[in-house]
Design a protein around this ligand. Structure first.
Ligand code: NDP
Ligand code: GDR
Length: 346
């Protein structure tokens, strides 16, 4: 039997690495795209032990190069395309709104156009996001909740989401949109708050850092485990009809809670004192301030509360999150502690 072929854009990112691992385990041939940069960035694929898999092909590519997108899809003739590439950091999107629009918004259109031109039977997964919900309209948020994005990133993703639906309805393309809530792992980039926290608390435990500085710790997020979420992406392309699905845990906690839970995983009892910009966290065993607020990490507009309802995904796809937030904090903290003990941390 011929192997199915998947094209994954953004293979050097967190989800790209886990999805690659998952599809290789399922027997796919995987083409994964990476950008030409001054230093290669395959540490996630290496950590998962898949970088040298015989069925994995790494291809240079930039999603903003429309003719390159067309040539790649034509050359590979994939059965499925997973569009994970994006300028995905919300904070940066305020400083680089046009770059974000080009990659995160228009990039999806280039892939859809390539599918329309090369072979409309290619199935397409768009990595949509709970950031599209933005300012709270209803809770919990689900597939029918109105959108109100609060960042250039959220706006760009909303464009890509609607384009996916438009190409589904206009040209019969199998375009699935997964509205995924925050999902984390030891492979998360360190600019995102969870990994910043687990890496910093590991460094504080080892005496390599004095204090962790954060922005808005009142923000509430619905955090799940990335390895489980990529399985949902795959499942969205295996159903009969293309559709839109929310993947979430249906539990929300503040950034402050995530810090407290990570400290607990590290054996540190943290006490919060002060308020607003003057709030700080003290290690009760020695009275040291190990967490404080730095307003430089505040955003011009904030998404205050996200909590998703994944009932449709469970009903139609059989997808359900398993890892609890406490388990997630612990597994991320343990991984960062081990890395920092060895003297490196990506
Ligand atoms: P990452 O930031 O870890 O990975 C993004 C990937 O996109 C990287 O491989 C990056 O490559 C690549 N990329 C960036 N710009 C370009 C470009 N111009 N051309 C080609 N590739 C590019 O994101 P995640 O793995 O966390 O997320 C995967 C996708 O899911 C993203 O689209 C994200 O916006 C979305 N999403 C993520 C959620 C989460 O909680 N993680 C939740 C909802 C949606 P490089 O290494 O070269 O920078
Ligand atoms: P988010 O993730 O913006 O939800 O986007 P991030 O981890 O960056 O922020 C979560 C919340 O924490 C607050 N925060 C801080 N954030 C960062 N990065 N650094 C800090 O020091 C800090 N202090 C407080 C933020 O203000 C925010 O409220 C992620 C990305 O993966 C997107 O690509 C994805 O679409 C969404 O999740 C769902």
């Amino acid at each position: 039997m011929t192997k199915r072929i998947a094209l994954i854009t953004g293979i050097t990112g967190q989800d790209g690495a886990y999805l690659t691992q998952h599809l290789l385990e399922l027997g796919y041939t995987v083409y994964g795209t990476f950008r030409r940069t001054s230093s290669t960035n395959f540490w996630r694929l290496e950590e998962l032990g898949v970088q040298n898999h015989p069925d994995l092909h790494l291809v240079e590519f930039d999603l903003t190069d429309q003719s390159g997108v067309l040539r790649l899809v034509d050359r590979i003739q994939p059965d499925e395309i997973y569009n994970l590439a994006a300028q995905s950091f919300v904070g940066v999107s305020f400083d680089q709104p046009a770059t974000t629009a080009n990659i995160t918004g228009l990039g999806a259109l280039y892939l859809l156009e390539a599918i329309r031109f090369v072979n409309p039977k290619i199935k397409f997964y768009q990595a949509s996001t709970s950031e599209m919900f933005g300012k709270v309209q209803e809770i919990p948020q689900l597939e029918t909740t109105p959108f109100y994005p609060r960042s250039p990133y959220g706006v760009a993703k909303l464009y890509a989401h609607w384009m996916t639906i438009n190409y589904r309805e206009s040209y019969g393309i199998f375009g699935a949109s997964g509205i995924l809530f925050n999902h984390e792992s030891p492979l998360r980039g360190r600019e995102f708050v969870t990994r910043k926290i687990t890496d910093s608390i590991a460094k504080i435990s080892l005496g390599k850092l004095d204090c962790l500085e954060l922005g808005n710790i009142d923000a509430k997020r619905d955090w799940g485990f990335a390895k489980e979420y990529v399985e949902g992406m795959y499942q969205m392309l295996q159903v009969d009809e293309p559709d839109t699905f929310v993947l979430a845990t249906n539990r929300t906690e503040t950034v402050r809670d995530f810090v407290t839970m990570t400290c607990k995983a590290a054996g540190i009892t943290l006490e919060w004192q002060g308020a607003a910009e003057n709030e700080f966290g003290v290690d009760t065993s020695n009275g040291k301030t190990i967490v404080r607020i730095n307003p430089k990490f505040y955003r011009p507009a904030e998404v205050e509360l996200l909590i998703g309802d994944p009932a449709k995904a469970e009903r139609v796809l059989g997808w359900k999150p398993e890892t609890t937030l406490e388990q997630l904090c612990k597994l991320m903290y343990d991984a960062d502690l081990a890395r920092n003990k060895l003297g490196f941390s990506f």
